[in-house]
Design a protein around this ligand. Structure first.
Ligand SMILES: Nc1ncnc2c1ncn2[C@@H]1O[C@H](COP(=O)(O)OP(=O)(O)O)[C@@H](O)[C@H]1O
Ligand SMILES: [Mg+2]
Length: 255
């Protein structure tokens, strides 16, 4: 069985892509799923969150994209979580967009580097940068699914339309099997009506594509990255750990 390859994307920054990529991956791994996380953001936040020293990498996602002989399996690192591996990135990755501009097939550089690695995992998550540029395009070309973390403090329907349009174009031209499988409500604030109003709007527009699990606002989730460990290790009894575990179960059942 080939992995479900899931791009976590939203061109808006700070909506919980990386937090979800790391903690959902870790939750699934702790349930016994074999998980690989691909860090496609030059900021390397997912890599840092999983304890990778991103400033002294001998090879990273940059090499996977730019060097045709470098495959994903050559750049896999272990993480503090059993069953969870990562292909890290750092600021070098920001150069890849420019270097690939004149390369034929530039949008499938990542896909071409998979080389069967999808048969060795149950899930491959891709943490995308906050833009719809070439790095995100590579992620969408490689994925079987798209999940969109949506900050429930602010709902930009225009932004969603633009994102879905990009997904449609990729689906039509490059990757027929791509599907948007879910919107993930993040930073849910139980004390305000705003969060519920926004989830209401999401459901109005996207129906049952909106995950039932809401990721609550939880300070522990913001603290965990600087310790280089996911929430379930940093604070196993927190709301954050609970919510991502719950989301992991929902993702498994929507398989
Ligand atoms: N549920 C949450 N509760 C509290 N803080 C959160 C939550 N989710 C994310 N954060 C924090 O918000 C910031 C942005 O989240 P992040 O996952 O990095 O977003 P993105 O990858 O979309 O830019 C980070 O500092 C992160 O620790
Ligand atoms: Mg991020």
């Amino acid at each position: 069985m080939s992995a479900r390859i899931i791009a976590l994307t939203n061109q808006k920054g700070g909506c919980g892509k990386t937090t979800t990529a790391v903690n959902l991956s870790a939750a699934l791994a702790s349930m016994g799923q074999r998980v690989l996380l691909l860090d496609m953001d030059p900021q390397g936040n997912a890599s840092i969150h999983l304890g990778i020293g991103i400033y002294d990498l001998t090879a990273s996602m940059y090499d996977v994209l730019v060097d045709q002989d470098k495959m994903i399996r050559d750049v896999i690192h272990k993480t503090p979580v059993e069953n969870l591996n990562i292909v890290p990135s750092n600021i070098e990755l920001s150069g890849a967009e420019l270097e690939l501009v004149n390369v034929i097939g530039r949008e499938s550089a990542l896909k071409d580097s998979m080389d069967g690695v999808e048969n060795e995992y149950d899930f491959i998550f891709i943490d995308c940068p906050p833009s719809l540029g070439l790095l995100t395009l590579n992620a969408l070309t490689t994925s079987t699914e798209v999940m969109v973390p949506v900050q429930t403090e602010y709902f930009a329907l225009e932004g969603m339309k633009k994102l879905l349009k990009s997904v449609e174009v990729v689906k039509r031209r490059l990757n027929h099997s791509l599907e948007v499988t879910g919107l993930i409500p993040t930073m849910y604030d139980v004390r305000t009506n705003l969060s519920d109003a926004i989830i209401g709007k999401m459901i109005e527009h996207f129906g049952d594509k909106v995950f039932k699990t809401k990721i609550r606002k939880n300070i522990r989730l913001a603290e965990a990255p600087s310790f280089g460990i996911p929430i379930e290790v940093y604070s196993p009894n927190s709301h954050g750990a609970h919510d991502y575990h719950h989301l992991a179960k929902e993702v498994l059942h929507h398989g």
